[in-house]
Design a protein around this ligand. Structure first.
Ligand SMILES: *Cc1c(COP(=O)(O)O)cnc(C)c1O
Length: 401
């Protein structure tokens, strides 16, 4: 079976992890934590990077550090990984789901705008945006850079600014993805501008789960340019110990501390992130080339202003392909090719109820993508031979229809 995903372990991983084991520095107090945080911040071009135990806890920590809680609402994409709404719900806040864009599968800035204009009232003096139907206070947007393609951040940041919303980027799938537009609102040379995904909002969150672009096994990172947010996040993630007096606690904190063992692995992985991105982009190029003439298969696009890292190579199985997405996946499995469906929208989840997530009902794109989308094997360890095999299996199935 050609696996959907598989980590590629960096050259120095064993050396650094062995160092932790041999010296006994295995908890979160070791030196690799700081090295990993400093190098990650440098790589992204941000001031602060703070390790956490997962992408989910990075998101929760971000929301908590921004003071989001009961009575608040957070805008999320209707089609996304459920860690996103879960993190919002942990804080006592609730979600507003907004439909995604049909080309890049990311939250649609136009639909955020029209949602606000239709359903909310804004008071520019108090800077409060209120959902007229729930009477809750809209506080933030979580744009998710889905499958490695960055969101159109300039548009999202513009809406956020207009309505005093905070922006928490979820870059769990987009380490090293780039955005080539000016985000300050000023016109300038787009060719020379490059922002990394996760570095443009108030906070950015990353996951280092084993299938992400770089991994620590389990782990996450919160990044920010704000000294205040960084300080709050550091205190909150370590049980809110009073800096002057341990075991006096200034609030209700969490233990979201990454271990030195994980940071050692992360540091080694980060050293090779350029290679990983190159592998993913070459994989996508080869898939694009081999799949371009198959009727009923839509291959992913890359906007001229974006550099995607193709965390997953995502295709759409259109009605004119001839068989359903699910039968197609079954036939691929019979040929030894593992695939996975897209995410499932929040309102289709067994845990869903209307109290936890508001929607104005327009989620047609998310629903359709969720029914048509699948991803092909996208491991960092994938070979050219395997990509050829996947594509010839797809062609074989297509020709028999
Ligand atoms: C993987 C992922 C997460 C969660 O990260 P974990 O480390 O598994 O907790 C959150 N958001 C998105 C978009 C993800 O893909």
């Amino acid at each position: 079976m050609i696996p959907l995903n598989e980590p590629r372990i960096a050259k120095n991983a064993l050396k650094y992890v062995t160092d932790c084991v041999q010296t006994g520095w295995i908890s979160s107090a070791g030196a690799y934590i700081e090295k990993f945080e400093i190098n990650f911040a440098k790589y992204l071009g941000v001031k602060h990077a703070i390790t956490t135990t997962s992408g989910t806890t990075a998101l929760h920590l971000a929301l908590a550090s921004l003071g989001i809680g009961e009575g608040d609402e957070v805008i999320i994409p209707a089609l996304t990984m459920m860690a996103v709404p879960f993190a919002v719900l942990y804080t006592g806040a609730s979600c507003v789901s907004i439909d995604v864009d049909s080309e890049i599968f990311n939250i649609s800035p136009e639909k955020i705008k029209s949602f606000i204009e239709k359903n909310c009232s804004y008071n520019p003096d108090t800077k409060q945006l209120i959902n007229k139907y729930t009477n809750k206070h809209l506080k933030a947007i979580i744009p998710v850079h889905t499958y490695g393609h960055p969101c159109d951040m300039a548009d999202i940041l513009q809406v956020a600014k207009k309505y005093s919303l905070l922006v928490i980027e979820d870059a769990a799938e987009a380490h090293g993805a780039e955005y080539h537009k000016d985000i300050s609102g000023k016109e300038s040379n787009k060719d020379t501008i490059s922002h990394k995904a996760g570095s443009m909002g108030d906070v950015g969150c990353f996951s280092f789960f084993a299938n992400k672009i770089i991994t620590t096994g389990e782990g996450g990172m919160l990044v920010t340019n704000s000294d205040g947010i960084a300080e709050k996040a550091r205190v909150l993630k370590d049980l809110c110990h009073c800096p002057e007096r341990r075991f006096l606690h200034t609030g209700v904190g969490f233990n979201y501390r990454m271990t030195n063992l994980q940071a050692a692995l992360g540091l080694a992985q980060l050293e090779e992130i350029q290679d990983d991105i190159k592998i993913k982009r070459e994989m996508a190029q080869m898939y694009n080339e081999l799949l371009k003439d198959i009727p009923g298969i839509t291959t992913p696009i890359e906007k001229p202003w974006a550099k995607s890292v193709y965390w997953m190579y995502a295709i759409l199985v259109e009605p004119d392909f001839g068989i359903s997405r699910d039968s197609f996946m079954k036939r691929l499995k019979e040929q030894g090719v593992d695939t996975r469906t897209f995410f499932i929208p929040i309102d289709k989840q067994p845990f869903f109820n209307k109290k936890i997530c508001f929607s104005d009902g327009d989620c047609s794109v998310s629903n359709s993508l969720s029914e048509k989308g699948l991803y092909l094997p996208s491991a960092l360890t994938i070979t050219k031979k395997q990509i050829n095999k996947v594509c010839s299996s797809i062609k074989k199935i297509s020709q028999k229809l």
